[in-house]
Design a protein around this ligand. Sequence first.
Ligand code: HEM
Ligand SMILES: *[C@@H]1O[C@H](CO)[C@@H](O)[C@H](O)[C@H]1NC(C)=O
Ligand SMILES: *[C@@H]1O[C@H](CO)[C@@H](O)[C@H](O)[C@H]1NC(C)=O
Length: 494
Amino acid sequence: MSLTFAVVKDAIPFWWTCAALILAFFIFRLFTVPAHLRHLPCVPVLPLLISYLSGEVEDVRIKRHILPFANQRGEGIVLVWALGRWMIHILDQKLAVQMSENLTLYPKETPPDGLLLWRFIGGSNVLMTNGDIWKKHSRLIRDAFSLSIPVDQFTSLAKNLFTVINPPSSSTDTHTVCWSELAQHYALDAVGSSVLGHDFDAIRSESVFVKEYNGVMHDIANPLYLIAPFLERIFPRKKVIDRMDSLVNRFKKLLLDKRTDPGDDMMTFMLKDPEMSDTELRDNIVVLFIAGHDTSAGGLSTLIYFLAVHPEIQEAARAEVLRILGPTADPTLASLSAQSLPYLNACVRESLRINTPISYIVPRTTVTGVSLGKYYIPPKASLIYNIYAVHHNDGTWGDPNVFRPARFLEAEDKSTITTVLKDSWVPFATGPRQCPARNFAIYEQRALVVMLLREYTWTLPEDSIHKDGLKNAFSPFALTLPYDLNITFTKRKD
Ligand code: HEM
Ligand SMILES: *[C@@H]1O[C@H](CO)[C@@H](O)[C@H](O)[C@H]1NC(C)=O
Ligand SMILES: *[C@@H]1O[C@H](CO)[C@@H](O)[C@H](O)[C@H]1NC(C)=O
């Protein structure tokens, strides 16, 4: 009796206590390893939380928290808290191959509801689908990529870039430009005509696609909404959604124009397939737009940065290019091959290793319980192949944080370590779902850097924010994109 009385009398503190308990329960739930994953070695959560709150980017988090924990414990599989979700990171190359090879056992995971990113990308595309639908998309895309690599186009776009780096009207030979932006414009124009079937002319003009896309990606990356995607439902960001829809409408318009005015690009190829629905076409053009330019742009920023801070490597690459191609001949598929330019190719590979453009893949899931390495992985787990970690493994690389292209050439001499390095160099992932555009992307990098090496020498400006190491922007996609990277180009005389 008295107890009931006390409760009624203290009604307000009682409800506060309940609320506090419920909140405590949710916080506890948010940070407590679920029972079915408790047998896995777990990276300490508090440092990860602090890392997220302080805005650390993915590559830094992997290097500071995930790799040291895994190395110290000698683990190739670790459990990682990622903003309220639990991800199993695969850092062991052999286990990653095992996971990547079997698409039935480890299909791609359907992403959680709510995140605007997935509303933008959609689910009916080559990146996110599984099974027969994926096979249909993949076949079309692989066929299209096997046709030819547009080296001539890469070359002519490089020439467009020259007119932006040093405008013909300018009287000096030295210019500082924001290279990370120019690299993005170049990469977009490079996929524009041949893949998306649209000339964005992003290098020479201000493309609305670039502007709207960068705006949308910036909004999507709002940390508050990434941590708590349910806010998207409670406080929908109408302006952001409008902007996203407006960009998607541009893509739809582009497709519509293609129907009446087809070209010989990949989208035309897809449009001709009667089995492709409008939604599938829309989702694929968005994926090809993102996958096709941000990755390449990140790679090009990284490569130009490391050649800027290592003038001796830049000079060695230039000497090889001048020896093989001479001062003016336009590059061709043959003259750009790895055999033709081994040192330059090693530079491209080293740059894709050290600041790998996609630090880890879209999560896979388990349909049934499986055993992977020494661990049992329960059904419905989320698995991530941590490419960045594989590229920074001390045991494989010795000095993973040093930019040293020669490591790939040394490896060729000593056949014993060749296979280790070859298998551990995986910027395009591995297995049936590895990047279908890897050749396109590699030739794109080689073509542009060949053109730049003959036209300019370049350095990092004195006041660069990258003076103490290359910095990447925060990305909700695990993309490794250097930002505000200014480079000073000087036109060569001879
Ligand atoms: C340096 C540049 C690039 C890098 C490092 C890269 C890396 C990757 C990686 C790691 C994946 C696997 C993703 C996963 O499994 O979740 C992938 C998939 C993919 N990439 Fe790339 N990529 C690059 C350029 C491109 C370009 C230029 C295009 C298109 C024009 C492209 C189109 C795709 C597509 C469509 C997939 C999905 C394949 C599938 O799921 O079957 N990528 N890429
Ligand atoms: C994937 O694993 C399942 C179950 O172990 C097996 O039946 C199937 O043959 C495997 N598929 C491939 C492509 O290895
Ligand atoms: C890059 O250079 C431009 C001028 O060329 C300058 O306005 C800008 O502040 C520089 N940005 C950084 C991050 O150094």
